[in-house]
Design a protein around this ligand. Structure first.
Ligand SMILES: [Fe+2]
Length: 180
């Protein structure tokens, strides 16, 4: 469901990575990579993939996120944490198969009543595991599993995010190579 990989000793300058906004889901904001050569040169000796990612983006999270699953068909996400904002990501399982996600017509990961992403109430869930992240951490996760983010809402969480679609999480997991 999730894996904390090795931690790298330094992080890139995010001001060189933050490009045009792609999309926002509540407090999750995705941006194009501004300086792709800089990204490449930074990660060249750090990480490699046998299966190329579908999307690489710079991500900012500006507040805690209630339990949700990411919009399909994302099957695997590798996040490199630039600034953590003291965040803990928690993974959950449903207490029973009968529990259906909440769904309404607006995206807002901080309010279960304003959503078109699949979101859940903690009352219907059991905690599966959690990962506290720090600057330099690589975290690989199956974002089709229920997860939430608890963070310092006065800070901004900044990450580089590689995303894969439709390919099995376990297969992806075997094909991420850390080079340091
Ligand atoms: Fe998510």
């Amino acid at each position: 469901m999730f894996k904390k990989l090795k931690s790298y000793h330094s992080v890139p300058d995010w001001t060189r990575l933050k490009g045009e906004p792609i999309s926002s889901y509540g407090c999750v904001h995705l941006f194009n990579i501004l300086d792709k050569e800089y990204l490449k040169s930074f990660f060249h000796d750090v990480v490699d993939f046998n299966i190329p990612p579908a999307v690489i983006s710079y991500v900012e999270i500006t507040g805690s996120i209630i339990p949700h699953i990411d919009p399909k068909p994302i099957t695997g996400v590798l996040n490199f944490v630039i600034e953590s904002a003291d965040a803990t990501t928690t993974f959950w399982i449903k207490k029973s198969d009968d529990i259906k996600e909440g769904k309404v017509d607006q995206v807002n990961f901080s309010d279960i009543n304003k959503n078109d992403a699949p979101v859940f109430s903690e009352n219907d869930l059991t905690k599966y595991g959690e990962v506290r992240s720090y600057s330099g951490d690589f975290i690989f996760m199956d974002s089709s599993k229920i997860h939430s983010v608890d963070m310092n809402n006065n800070l901004i969480r900044r990450m580089v995010s590689w995303k894969w679609v439709t390919i099995d999480y376990n297969l992806l997991s075997k094909n991420i190579k850390l080079l340091f």
